[in-house]
Ligand binder design. Structure first.
Ligand code: CP
Length: 340
């Protein structure tokens, strides 16, 4: 591949970019992080605009993208879709179509970011579908800032952080564990990190109670990526056995596959059966391995992970949050046509 191959590209699902392309993105990220820490200006996207549509709340994604565009010499435009006339239904009388919205937006900006998941969608896959329709009609790169299926900016950050901390991640064990929380969360972060960890040859274990199967298509993609990369991929319902020997642990709540039909209250009832599924300090001490905490945040302290685990020397969560800024700069520079 050529580095130029990433110019103009969308990033909606982790599997749409190859390992070689992620290697390039992480190389560029290293350079941009170096420039940031040496206080060297790096205005590679001067006068360019990245339009960000948030159908759902965010702290890290919004702030890191806005800061990234400022530091790259461009502008990030925050758009609350409720202030537009956009309709996702695409039928007469409903509102402006995705096609017209995307085509018009592309006349003003150089890239579009979209966050659409959880309460913003009617069924699993709906957020992904809308992003793909935007990408079809907008003649600028469309970047997924979290959909119901994938969260590639987060998963690339997770991979970058693990490589930064561990060096080569190949054959290192990562446990992605379901954890109790009344927040009831989507699948994008855990699925995304499972995909990229598998692509990079890690020994990936997904541990969850029996009701919490993830997307079978994504699990099949993880298995296929693992067999190509020399890693391994396993799904289990046995938490403590899964955790044994874990180099990295990612505790996170997610909802059942029935979330969009049974509703949040029923989901909360099911989750309450498993309040002991949490990453505790006691569990971390018993691992016979470091068990570094990788968690995309926001973390439900006291439920998903003990506060002690969030704050001790084995916690990576704040470096991980910071790395969103650096990896997204890499993605923006490469896709929006910047040159180092
Ligand atoms: N991890 C993540 O996407 O954080 P926000 O929801 O705060 O953007």
């Amino acid at each position: 591949m050529s580095w130029f191959d990433l110019a103009g590209r969308d990033l909606i699902a982790e599997t749409e970019w190859t390992k070689e392309e992620y290697d390039v993105a992480m190389k560029v990220t290293d350079q941009l992080k170096g420039a940031y820490y040496s206080r060297k200006a790096h205005p590679y996207l001067e006068h360019k605009t990245f339009a960000m549509m948030f159908f759902a709340g965010s702290t890290r994604t919004r702030m890191s993208f806005e800061t990234a565009m400022t530091q790259l010499g461009g502008h990030a435009q925050f758009i609350n879709p409720q202030t537009m006339r956009l309709s996702l239904e695409d039928k007469p009388g409903a509102g402006e179509t995705v096609k017209d919205t995307a085509e018009a937006m592309a006349r003003y900006c150089d890239g579009i970011g979209i966050r659409l998941l959880d309460d913003g969608v009617q069924y699993y896959g709906h957020g992904d579908l809308v992003m793909r329709r935007f990408a079809e009609h907008a003649r600028v790169p469309v970047i997924n800032m979290a959909s119901d299926i994938n969260h590639p900016c987060q998963s690339l950050t997770d991979l970058y952080t693990m490589q930064e901390k561990l060096g080569c991640v190949k054959k290192k064990k990562i446990v992605i564990m379901w954890a109790y929380s009344p927040w009831i969360r989507g699948w994008c972060s855990v699925q995304g990190t499972a995909l990229l960890s598998s692509m990079y040859g890690m020994d990936v274990v997904v541990a969850h109670p029996k009701e919490y199967d993830l997307d079978p298509k994504v699990m099949a993609e993880c298995r296929a990526l693992s067999s190509q990369s020399g890693g391994s991929f396993e799904v289990t319902n046995h938490l403590d056995k899964a955790l044994d020997g874990a180099t990295v642990v990612f505790p996170r709540n997610w909802f059942t596959k029935d979330r969009y039909t049974i509703g949040k209250e029923k989901e909360a009832e099911i989750a309450k059966r498993y309040t002991d599924w949490k990453y505790t300090a006691e569990r971390q001490k018993k691992l016979c391995a470091p068990g570094y905490l990788l968690q995309c945040m926001p973390v439900d302290r006291g439920n998903e992970a003990d506060p002690e685990v969030c704050d001790n020397a084995l916690s990576w969560i704040l470096d991980q949050a910071e790395n969103r800024l650096h990896t997204q700069k890499g993605i923006l520079v490469l896709t929006m046509g910047g040159r180092l």
